[in-house]
Design a protein around this ligand. Structure first.
Ligand code: GLP
Length: 262
């Protein structure tokens, strides 16, 4: 696992955006580049930079197909807290990606199981995901794969834990009763099947999750720890998130990947 430690959130986002741009521009195969994407506050700085790079002609999304990680069940697209709305507001409305290349789970589908099965099939039809960018919850959830979700899970319906509902209530007038209790989410297996996984971990409140991802054992208690079994997993983090790493671990990654520091 590569852990790229940047000084702060902005530099972490700059590094991640540059990494994605290089991956898209370096893609020479005769098929679209398939990119997995997250929501949340962590990727916002990355999206801002991707929009700017697209407007400056440094990258095009015309040959990029995206699959988002998750979506709340029961929120219509137009709801300003739906992940469909978030993704269009922060990225898709501002770049040159063809609308038909954007894939987001439909949390309003009549048959939620069929929706999830079709999503997996569609990913497979593109030959899998080249690069899955993710964020992480305070409890280590990757997409909406809460603690104790199987590490080989596929796209499906998830119940959200009280912890996650409380954390996410900051986007719902700080009222947990307004937060949907269920979501559709890609599985841990769906993410780790991707050719490369890049997870953004920023801030003091993610320090325990970063330590569990990097130093803990592989455990369904911290679903993010499944990344230890991936042969091309990258964590881009900031100094604030490193607070629970041992000094040895922190020094090791600075020693080995310090040249990536911006
Ligand atoms: C939500 C999303 C996750 C995201 C997490 C962290 O629960 N379902 O995909 O990674 O929040 O969000 P943030 O980046 O805002 O801390």
């Amino acid at each position: 696992m590569k852990v790229i430690i940047q000084e702060n959130y902005d530099k972490m986002c700059e590094w991640a955006a540059n990494h994605i741009i290089k991956a898209i521009n370096g893609h020479k195969e005769n098929r679209p580049f398939v990119l997995g994407l997250p929501t949340g506050s962590s990727p916002i700085g990355v999206y801002r930079r991707l929009v700017a790079a697209n407007k400056a002609g440094k990258v095009t999304f015309k040959n990029v197909v995206t699959f988002n990680m998750d979506e709340y069940v029961g929120l219509p697209r137009e709801h300003d807290q739906s992940y469909w709305y978030f993704m269009h507001d922060n990225l898709f409305d501002h770049i040159d990606i063809p609308a038909e290349n954007v894939n987001i789970l439909n949390g309003m589908a009549e048959d939620l199981e069929a929706e999830c099965a079709a999503y997996e099939e569609k990913i497979a039809s593109y030959g899998g995901i080249d690069l899955f960018m993710g964020g992480i919850g305070v409890d280590g959830h990757l997409a909406f794969n809460e603690p104790y979700t199987s590490l080989s899970s596929r796209t499906g319906l998830r119940d959200l834990t009280s912890d996650t509902i409380i954390v996410n209530s900051r986007f719902f007038d700080h009222d947990p009763s307004k937060v949907p209790t269920r979501a559709l989410s890609v599985g841990i297996g769906t993410v780790t099947d991707s050719r490369q996984v890049l997870v953004l971990i920023s801030g003091h409140n993610k320090a325990r999750a970063l330590a569990a991802t990097v130093e803990g054992g592989v455990s369904q208690k911290w679903t993010c720890s499944a990344l230890q079994l991936h042969n091309d997993a990258i964590i881009a983090c900031d100094e604030a998130a490193c607070g629970e790493l041992t000094v040895d671990t922190y020094k090791y990654f600075l020693d080995v990947y310090g040249s990536e520091r911006l």
